[in-house]
Design a protein around this ligand. Structure first.
Ligand code: SAH
Length: 505
């Protein structure tokens, strides 16, 4: 039996990209992950699918599992020879009880390692635009628990020094005890006018910042119903936020946007929107499936030397086509004699990733643009291969035939409806909290209508801005009774993201 080891890993404050490389490395080899309420669950995707996942959350002091139980669990799994990751919000050694867990492991003779994380105060400081120290303002900072002395009359905190020292003070776990702690600082000599910021769910799309002073922050928090988890930053540095705020100033900040695409392709567009501050709800409306049989495509692939042109009008077509080429034991060289047309730059990039530079990209990135380019060439008696989706329009084959070409258009993949919408998306639509929905092809909007029913879709999308990638998709939206609010000049995801930015900016 291999020797067990327990890694105590700081998950960072919330944004899943704020974990360390070392933390991810450990997660990748975990047999067991024991994670907290404050550790972002998305981080679990780094662990092998087979890893056991154990939730050991503690919500607002209500311990779902006592600390002893957690210690025992870590010891037991370590003894069983497992690679255990104990994933803790922020940093394991800052108010994380990581010290106690290490002591228990040490007493039991289990090997452990500790991987630091970005603690909440540091995450909140960066993402709220409040430097914790500043050459002109303060040279020290203290991290203090807001819960200390709750049940005792005596306090371990030296309130005099904390209040009079002039340094920045960050309280953890201090929302419910906010009024008492702010009062104490004033009683012990800090000016009531000292600026204070509460930062909730720091570094996540739900981040909220409330600014006030020692004198009024508790009232403000009460009025706005401010809830944990939050850190409270006290000190003159808070005033810098006015100049240094950036996270909540990004153009799509606070906007909830639905991305309707096939799951396989949503990632990049969603990331572009998230980078602009949006909360993205991915809502697959297409499920891609292989053709019923490969016969026609296989015949065409074996016949590739006979074709003059191969026309590819989507990333999916490219991927399915090349996948099949590989399955048949061939590679890009099979296309040596053909010229390649890509409908737009995105599809061209996809083709390039298989080692081929397209010969033709129309200036108008759609089927009409392809036809337009070909109408300038002599297509008489040329042979064109157009691998496509089962539900694609017939425009390209029909028009190229009219120009005298012989066109074969075998199905390379099929589009299906997913069984249902993701629950978070439905919930957000029902709560009317969605700002915008994006459609990147006719089938995304048609499929949504098919999944929800036209009437329900129209009702659910009342007050939601509709963004469409181009005129064909927009027409499909209008045919279903939707008004299109956003349509970029160029029909690319990049331009669509930019148009959203302009619209909401
Ligand atoms: N080990 C953690 C702290 C755990 S104590 C760390 O290093 O950050 C729990 C407290 O951390 C919460 O009550 C809150 O004060 C703070 N906290 C954790 N994550 C936070 C977040 N994303 N935003 C604001 N405060 C957070």
């Amino acid at each position: 039996m291999s020797k067990g080891i327990v890694y105590l890993i700081g998950a960072g404050p919330g944004d899943p990209s704020l974990i360390t490389l070392r933390g991810v490395e450990c997660l990748k080899k975990a047999d067991v992950v024991v994670y907290d309420y404050l550790a972002n669950e998305q981080l679990l995707s780094h662990a092998p699918e087979t890893a056991e996942r154990i939730y050991a959350g503690k919500i607002g002091g209500r311990h779902n599992q006592g600390q002893d139980e957690i210690n025992n669990l870590l010891v037991e799994k370590g003894r069983a020879g497992k690679v255990v990751v104990r994933l803790k919000g922020g940093d394991p050694f800052v108010f994380g009880r990581g010290g106690e867990e290490c002591e228990a492991l040490r007493d039991a003779g289990i090997t452990f390692e500790v991987v630091p994380g970005v603690t909440a105060a540091v995450g909140a400081s960066a993402y709220a635009g409040i430097p914790l120290t500043h050459r002109d303002i303060t040279a020290s900072v203290a991290f203090v628990t807001g819960q200390e002395g709750k049940d005792k009359n005596e306090s371990n905190i030296d309130w005099d020094r904390l209040s009079l020292g002039g340094g920045t003070v960050v309280f953890y776990m201090g929302v419910t005890t906010l009024r008492r702690n702010m009062l104490r600082m004033v009683e012990h000599g800090r000016s009531p006018a000292t600026p204070v910021a509460l930062v909730r769910w720091a570094t996540t799309p739900c981040q909220q910042v409330l600014v006030g002073t020692l004198a009024d922050i508790a009232d403000r928090a009460e009025e706005s119903g401010f809830k944990p988890p939050a850190v409270t930053i006290v000190g003159e540095v808070v005033a810098l936020r006015e100049k240094l705020q950036w996270f909540d100033k990004r153009p799509l900040c606070g906007k909830k946007i639905i991305v309707t695409r096939a799951t396989e392709q949503a990632g990049e567009f969603s990331a572009a929107l998230a980078a602009r501050g949006a909360t993205v709800l991915e809502c697959p409306t297409i499920r891609l499936v292989e053709p019923e049989n490969w016969q026609l495509l296989d015949m065409a692939i074996r016949d590739l030397p006979e074709y003059d042109w191969v026309v590819l009008t989507s990333g999916n077509a490219v991927r399915y086509f090349f996948q099949r080429l590989n399955t048949l034991g061939l590679d890009a060289r099979a296309l040596a004699g053909c010229r390649i047309c890509a409908v737009g730059p995105k599809t061209a990039d996809e083709i390039l990733s298989f080692g081929i530079k397209p010969d033709l990209i129309p200036s108008d990135f759609k089927a009409e643009g392809v036809v337009d380019e070909f109408s300038r060439l002599d297509m008489h008696n040329t042979r064109v291969l157009f691998p496509r989706a089962d539900k694609a329009r017939d425009l390209i084959p029909n028009e190229l035939k009219r120009l005298g070409a012989h066109v074969d258009s075998p199905v390379a993949y099929r589009n299906f409806l997913p069984e249902r919408l993701p629950p978070e998306t439905l919930f957000a639509l029902e709560k009317r909290s969605v700002d915008c929905i994006t459609f990147t092809s006719s089938s995304t909007v048609q499929n949504l209508a098919a999944m929800l029913g036209e009437e329900l879709m129209l009702d659910m999308l009342k007050g939601v801005a509709v963004a469409s990638i181009g005129p064909i998709t927009s027409k499909s939206c209008r045919d279903l009774g939707l008004k299109v609010d956003i349509e970029p000049q160029a029909y690319t995801l990049q331009s669509l993201a930019e148009s959203l930015e302009t619209y909401f900016g």
